[in-house]
Write a protein that binds this ligand. Structure first.
Ligand code: TMP
Ligand code: ASP
Length: 238
């Protein structure tokens, strides 16, 4: 597999073409941003952890019936993925109130929900990824009704699988963000990444934050937190 020209550079990853038009290479960086790029920094070793964690979790999800873009881990920071057209939605599942939910609805952070919630944001940096509902999605033709149903079904399945997995690691899955893409034939697959950048992960025993909120909120110990969740994940299968 030959790595060809860089197609795109995002906040946390670069994407390269390959000699197969249906396959891309993603290259994970240590760069961290928050608040739509206003806050910038580096989390040393994050790229390696996010690459390896995301691949591990996507493999687990594939086994549980959630199709993903994952093909093969090529190196510590590089992964071969299927080329997709990203559906421009951030799909957020929550089990416990935190972050923007707590702020918006006045529910204290840490309050468990009666049942998990789903919400969509419109992926648009210029607009600051505004909340959007399924009627808006249809009106703007961002996805079809069938695609919305498939995305919701997969997102809740991901929550079931990952909540159980993280619980076995002594970690509470508070909430997370997913992105989906379309393959050339229109099949919807899970894309982007699943990592401490995109999930809230709290130590089950102490409630300690083991995710990017340590960076967003200047809590310190950012690298240690990423290393700790990765260690727990590795230990699970050891
Ligand atoms: P929020 O509470 O700030 O809306 O975040 C919900 C979840 O989504 C949380 O696990 C962090 C993740 N997230 C991203 O992955 N990317 C983003 O740009 C934002 C704002 C949140
Ligand atoms: N990645 C997002 C950004 O820079 C925000 C976040 O994860 O909090 O804007």
């Amino acid at each position: 597999m030959q790595k060809l020209e860089q197609l795109y550079e995002g906040k946390a990853k670069k994407v390269y073409a390959t000699d197969d038009p249906e396959l891309y290479i993603v290259d994970y960086k240590d760069d961290a941003t928050a608040f739509n790029g206003e806050k910038r920094g580096t989390i040393v070793g994050k790229g390696v952890i996010n690459n390896q964690m995301s691949n591990y979790l996507m493999k687990r999800l594939e086994k549980e019936g959630v199709p993903t873009h994952f093909v093969e881990e090529l190196s510590e920071r590089e992964t071969l993925v299927k080329k997709v057209q990203i559906v421009p939605l951030e799909v957020i599942i929550r089990n416990i109130a935190a972050g923007s939910f707590s702020k918006r609805y006045g529910v204290p952070e840490g309050e468990p929900f009666a049942s998990p919630t789903i919400e969509f944001s419109y992926k648009n940096d210029d607009l600051g990824d505004p909340l959007i509902n399924s009627y808006h999605v249809l009106a703007m033709k961002l996805a079809t009704p069938e695609e919305i149903e498939t995305i919701k079904k997969y997102a809740f399945k991901v929550n079931e699988v990952l909540s159980a997995f993280w619980s076995e690691c002594g970690v509470t899955l508070v909430d997370f963000k997913l992105e989906f893409g379309r393959l050339a034939d229109g099949t919807i697959v899970l894309a982007d990444e699943i990592s401490p950048d995109t999930c809230r992960l709290w130590d089950k025993a102490t409630g300690e934050k083991l995710d990017k909120d340590r960076f967003r909120r200047d809590l310190g110990g950012v690298e240690d937190a990423y290393a700790e969740v990765m260690r727990r994940l590795r230990e699970h299968d050891a």
